[in-house]
Design a protein around this ligand. Sequence first.
Ligand SMILES: [Zn+2]
Length: 258
Amino acid sequence: MTSRLYRDEAVVIRSYKLGEADRIVVMLTREHGKVRAVAKGVRKTHSKFGGRLEPLSHVAVQVHRGTNLDVVNQVETIDSSGRMFGDLDVMTEGLAVLEAVDQLVPDREPVPEVFRMLVGVRKTLSERPSALVVPAFLLRLLAAEGVRPELDRCVVCGEVESESTPLVAIDLERGGVQCRGCRSGVGITSSALHLLRDVLDGRLGEALDRAHRPGGQVLDDPVVAEVASIATRAFEFHVERRLRSVAIFERHDTRSEP
Ligand SMILES: [Zn+2]
């Protein structure tokens, strides 16, 4: 008989009340994917691990696999830099990241790449926050899902960017950038296009260094704002399309019943 206890590393996504004193904690674990588990008694003041299960907490957990719900038995803090998330801007950005993960990742399906990215973005938010962190995370999360916009050639005619053929627009429905002649999407500046390539082509670190301004992280850089808007639309577009395809799949499913 297999053990009903497992240990894993996790980042807490969110939690909600259950009964008088308990909470359900939703967390992304390294090996077990997104897990929902009951944390018993955490809402009592003397709870031994309630404070370690706040959103963005990076913890080691021991979980008992239950028939209906798993139960958290032990929680140890791995990285306590989460206290820095007391900064409201940073916390808001952290919550945006968690919400995106929650929307995209299905329950109990291991996504080690996404887990690694979540631990990384948590560190970036605490060490060098900027308005680029969330958009960059969304774009890379989509790339990890296999959805990555074409940024180097027009998605309609296939023309590679050149002085005579600048890429001037982006159409997410068609999958990427477009030249002037084929344009159907929204306009994109060449600075934003370059920043998109930096984020997706392995120069993320440098891009984040440039975007980080100690002391303030207002969205005042028009290029970052443009990339943020593209990233948000790309993410929403993907989530909607997936919801639609699930809906179609479910309709087919019902029809195929005898
Ligand atoms: Zn074209």
